[in-house]
Design a protein around this ligand. Structure first.
Ligand SMILES: *[C@@H]1O[C@H](CO)[C@@H](O)[C@H](O)[C@H]1NC(C)=O
Ligand SMILES: *[C@@H]1O[C@H](CO)[C@@H](O)[C@H](O)[C@H]1NC(C)=O
Ligand SMILES: *[C@@H]1O[C@H](CO)[C@@H](O)[C@H](O)[C@H]1NC(C)=O
Ligand SMILES: *[C@@H]1O[C@H](CO)[C@@H](O)[C@H](O)[C@H]1NC(C)=O
Ligand SMILES: *[C@@H]1O[C@H](CO)[C@@H](O)[C@H](O)[C@H]1NC(C)=O
Length: 521
């Protein structure tokens, strides 16, 4: 009996184990964490995973299925050089058409580098077989050709919610009337005025046109330079089977999603582990609570100007709470309530019940983790998506923000905000509420991600989920042709009515209105 059960189990296991190719050439910083965790989840579930990225895990992973790293050497450095020329700090001040074009050029260049990398060439010419290709969408459309080469479904990861980059690819509506394009100015949490909505529409249109007439043709060229008989890039663009979104209604405002878009926000978070003993003691003994302060991995606290450091030291030193600060060097004159460390297990700290406040740069991972653990935040946004994340969190009522570059960055203001967050219970209530919503799902986000990636393989690309809107041109999708037809008919009707009125006036003769008389000359 047991033998039968066991062999049945083996058969099931064997049938379900699939081969996934993960292509993540732009995987740096938080993107690397998100991309790696997604592919590792597949390997943990017993699948055979090949992970292409600019980095390599230091130690071989212990996963149920095979996890093979393919490291694109020299790639990260080349991209870093490209990024350095593109100043992230003043993106918001530039004209959005320039920003879109600069970004597209940057991504075309990096896609070109990827496709000409010897290891990619080797992969393209190998006799490997894969059951699905997984990639992060980053205007790297040429990579979609791998699903054509290996004749298998394409799965896309979007590290944010639905957006103008991924919506058209799967027939999801761009909600232009209430979702700001990420190049549109203004608070993403607030409704738009008439003028803002008009601008928003304009940005969406420019972005769409530039994708199809500027970016994709270049990706087609790259593809033609490395592949014999390449498919059409536009066909590839519309061919994805599934888009996984790193979002959730507990973090982002809800938006309609077509069935082949699935939210998996928070999948990168592992259940809390045990803390190192010194930190455990420090946190356990903090009767007045703990403030945790980290500006993430990109922005080093030690690189802050001296006056900023002094402001932080003065304010944090005066608190009755203990403070854990991710700080990368020695800090002379450090007050006794502050513990500094180069590296900190962020999630395990946030999980400790004594943590009252998290001071963060507001990166997407940090804002997600704080909701998971239910800790209010003071956001000090620096660049990129951080200001928008800060606005969203403040609007949702579990955060206050202090612009790193703003004039308001003073000792008084910082002290006021920290004390407000520590002493007013509403911030904690709001974030605990969100935390409850975060965890209230039919399946945890990591299992959801694995389930859907398996689903696509099990059902041969899940073509039945694709909405009809993918295959029709934009003017039909948005009924622009119908609007034009109706406008034309209305104009005709109006014209006919005017003619009739004129004829009637003429017939009435003597009673002609003076204005009409004038016009007759
Ligand atoms: C993992 O790799 C080994 C050695 O290359 C191979 O024998 C085995 O079949 C692989 N496992 C899976 C699940 O593909
Ligand atoms: C891609 O790079 C090659 C050189 O490696 C260059 O000749 C080609 O023009 C580039 N293509 C695009 C579209 O930038
Ligand atoms: C792939 O298979 C073909 C035909 O079986 C063979 O000629 C070729 O050498 C193989 N290529 C590689 C990289 O193994
Ligand atoms: C579209 O995806 C299917 C699998 O879902 C794949 O077999 C096919 O080759 C893809 N088409 C193109 C043009 O790449
Ligand atoms: C700047 O600080 C003042 C109080 O000092 C506050 O009223 C104002 O809203 C702050 N401005 C910003 C942009 O945060």
């Amino acid at each position: 009996m047991w033998k039968i059960v066991l062999s049945l189990l083996c058969v099931c296991y064997h049938v379900q184990s699939a081969r996934y190719l993960g292509l993540f050439p732009v995987a740096t910083g938080s993107h690397y964490i998100l991309d790696f965790k997604l592919m590792k989840a597949l390997a943990d579930a017993g699948h055979d995973v090949t992970f292409v990225s600019p980095r390599k895990q230091e130690k071989p992973l212990k996963t149920k299925g095979n996890f093979t790293d393919i490291e694109l050497e020299g790639f990260a450095e080349a991209i870093q050089k490209g990024m350095a020329e593109f100043n992230l700090f003043d993106v918001n001040k530039q004209n959005f058409v320039n920003v879109i074009r600069t970004l597209m050029n940057l991504f075309v260049e990096s896609a070109n580098l990827t496709m000409h990398h010897p290891k990619i060439t080797q992969l393209l010419n190998s006799n490997e077989t894969y059951d699905a290709v997984v990639m992060e969408h980053f205007q790297n459309d040429v990579l979609k050709v791998f699903s054509s080469v290996f004749n298998c479904p394409l799965i896309i990861l979007s590290t944010v919610g639905p957006n103008s980059w991924v919506n058209p690819a799967i027939g999801n509506p761009n909600e232009i009337s209430y979702v700001r394009h990420f190049h549109a100015a203004g608070n993403p949490a607030e409704p738009m005025t008439l003028v803002e909505r008009t601008k928003n529409l304009f940005i969406y249109i420019v972005d769409y046109l530039m994708t199809f007439h500027y970016s994709l043709p270049q990706h087609q060229k790259i593809m033609e330079s490395v592949i014999k008989n390449p498919p059409n890039i536009v066909d590839l663009y519309f061919n994805a089977s599934l888009i996984l979104l790193n979002s959730h209604t507990s973090i982002y405002a809800p938006q309609p999603l077509v069935p082949s878009m699935v939210e998996i926000g928070g999948y990168h978070i592992d259940p809390p582990k045990k803390l190192p003993q010194d930190m455990q003691d420090f946190l356990d003994s903090a009767n007045d609570g703990v403030v945790y302060f980290s500006m993430g991995s990109n922005l080093k606290s030690k690189d802050m100007p001296e006056d900023r450091k002094k402001i932080f030291l003065n304010v944090l030193g005066r608190l009755k709470q203990k403070v854990i600060w991710k700080f990368e060097e020695d800090l002379p004159g450090k007050p006794s309530n502050i513990l500094i460390k180069k590296w900190l297990p962020q999630q395990d700290i946030l999980a400790h019940p004594n943590v009252r406040l998290f001071i963060t740069h507001g990166g997407l991972l940090s804002t997600t983790e704080t909701i998971y653990h239910g800790v209010p935040i003071l956001v000090i946004p620096v660049f990129g998506d951080q200001p928008a994340n800060a606005e969203r969190a403040q609007y949702a009522g579990y955060a206050l923000k202090l612009d790193y570059h703003g004039n308001n960055f003073t000792e008084e203001r910082l002290s006021y905000l920290i004390n407000e967050l520590l002493n007013n219970p509403k911030y904690r209530e709001n974030v605990q509420h969100r935390s409850k919503l975060f965890h209230d799902r039919p399946m945890n986000p990591k299992d959801t991600a694995v389930y859907w990636m398996e689903y696509v393989v099990r059902n041969n690309g899940a073509r039945h989920l694709r909405v009809g809107g993918i295959n029709i041109p934009w003017y039909q999708y948005y009924l622009v042709d119908v609007m034009l037809l109706l406008t034309l008919m209305l104009s005709l009707l109006l014209y006919v009515v005017i003619i009739i009125i004129r004829i009637l006036y003429r017939k009435l003769g003597s009673k002609v209105h003076p204005v009409v008389k004038l016009k007759k000359h």
